[in-house]
Design a protein around this ligand. Structure first.
Ligand code: GLN
Length: 452
């Protein structure tokens, strides 16, 4: 049924870069056989899933939305993919994204943008807009996203779906094409809070292949998603990110949800996180710095594309590398490589990268102080509803401002969830974000379930 749905709508939505009908059907049949043989099956066995194209899938092309990886077929599965397969989830295909997960709209994909199923002339969010759109358009019941600065939560917000960024280290990064290794985290994109919790449990947990993986059990997220009880819970509204800069109806829906939580027995408190205002600036130094280093491996020798420089008879390796990177990377990727290389260069390191790391510490301290006054923190997920395709494409600063509410969680490693928060401007969905302390991911699901 999902393959039929993809065939019917994906020409318009363009959520997928690659559909693997054969592989998905074979995996589904194998679950049927196991069921017939009486084998014990997990709760998501047989439920198909779409996977963001930044996650390595053995035998299935993986491009990260970039021309430089066109035609690359990974010889191995990411750990989370191994876990999906073991739990019997057929993989429908790979979803579209901004190139190397840099962006908030999928417009930086080298393969053309994804369209928001709510209104095809609008962005589906980014970078994981393909995963969110696939779920919103009923092309897939579940999807995997990755979130470095909001790429799971902001697409969820603008497509009316649920997106979760687990605690940093909660889901293995082995087999993810790294954007910024200290910020990247994979997580669920779904239509309900309980679905997200079930998927979180499948992909989460310790992995010795990832040195930053947390060696502790997955928090009890499924129980929490079934509970949805906020009585006596202290819910903190972050003063610095709930007012100015957010569209009027986005704010109105946010306030209504606070009223609902209060009526359900929660205590609403105001907290202050003064350093959050500097989060965006710190992020856009730390991310390009790490990205410029991570992307150095695309050197025309090891993966994908190789371009011969024009008019050079026997080019040196360096010339091939330069020609390949020039042809293979898009503008946004080049912009960030240049920014990152600059920020890390000697003489500037302390002024930029070093300073940004200090802000990062201040943000972690703000969270620690806020979580003494509140059990969870809440904000609107994104400042506006889905904007029109093309509207912010030539204004990087306007594009970056979408991430103001989602970035602090990545900088501090705390978990975050976005769930649908009713329709705002132009009848389009808005999102409600919940943030919890490190390894208290279950609190997100509890609050999410109470609001759903
Ligand atoms: N919009 C953010 C960026 O462009 C988010 C990226 C992400 O989470 N992968 O960096």
């Amino acid at each position: 049924a999902h393959l039929d749905r993809i065939a019917a709508v994906d020409d318009d939505v363009h959520a997928f870069l690659q559909v693997d009908a054969e592989g998905a059907i074979a995996a589904a049949r194998s679950v049927d056989e196991q069921r017939a043989a009486g084998a014990p099956l997990g709760p998501l066995a047989g439920v198909p899933i779409a996977v963001k194209d930044v996650v390595a899938t053995k035998g299935l092309p993986t491009t990260a939305g970039s021309k430089i990886l066109e035609g690359w077929v990974p010889p191995y599965d990411a750990t989370l993919v191994t876990r999906l397969r073991a739990a019997g989830l057929p993989i429908l295909g790979k979803t579209n994204m901004d190139e190397f997960a840099m962006g908030s709209s999928t417009e930086h994909s080298a393969y053309g943008p994804t369209h928001n199923p709510w209104s095809l002339d609008r962005i589906p969010g980014g970078s994981g807009g393909g995963s969110a759109a696939a779920v919103a358009a009923y092309e897939a019941p579940l999807a995997i996203g990755t979130d470095t600065g909001g790429s799971i939560r902001q697409p969820a917000s603008v497509t009316g779906t649920v997106g979760v960024k687990p605690t940093y280290g909660g889901v293995s990064r082995y087999g993810l094409i790294a954007l910024a290794s200290s910020l990247d985290q994979a997580g669920p994109c779904t239509r309900s809070v309980l679905d997200a919790a079930l998927l979180h449990t499948v992909i989460g947990g310790h992995d010795q292949m990832d040195s930053t993986s947390i060696d502790a059990p997955v928090p009890p997220v499924v129980e929490a998603a079934r509970r949805g009880d906020v009585r006596d819970l202290r819910i903190g509204v972050i003063k610095e990110i709930s007012g100015e800069g957010f569209a009027p109806q986005v704010r109105a829906r946010f306030t209504e949800s606070l009223d609902l939580l209060s009526a359900a027995g929660a205590e609403i408190v105001e907290v202050s996180c003064p350093s959050f205002e500097k989060g965006l600036a710190a992020y856009y130094l730390i991310l390009p710095s790490e990205a410029s280093s991570n992307l150095a491996k695309f050197d025309a020798m090891r993966y994908g594309l190789r371009v011969a420089p024009k008019g050079v008879e026997s080019p040196s390796a360096e010339q091939v590398m330069a020609a390949t990177r020039d042809a293979g990377f898009g503008d946004e990727v080049k912009r960030r490589i240049i920014l990152g290389t600059y920020a890390l260069s000697s003489g500037y390191y302390d002024a930029y990268y070093g300073q940004a790391q200090k802000v990062r510490t201040l943000i972690a301290r703000d969270f620690a102080a806020a979580f003494e006054q509140a059990d969870v923190l809440v904000t609107p997920t994104a400042p506006t509803v889905a904007f029109k395709l093309g509207e912010k494409l030539n204004d990087p600063m306007a594009m970056y401002l979408n991430d103001v509410a989602t970035i602090p969680a990545n900088l501090a490693g705390v978990p975050g969830l976005s769930l649908p928060n009713g329709l705002a401007e132009d009848g389009l969905p808005s999102g409600f974000q919940v943030l919890a302390p490190i390894q208290a991911d279950d609190r997100l699901y509890n609050v999410g379930a109470a609001l759903e």
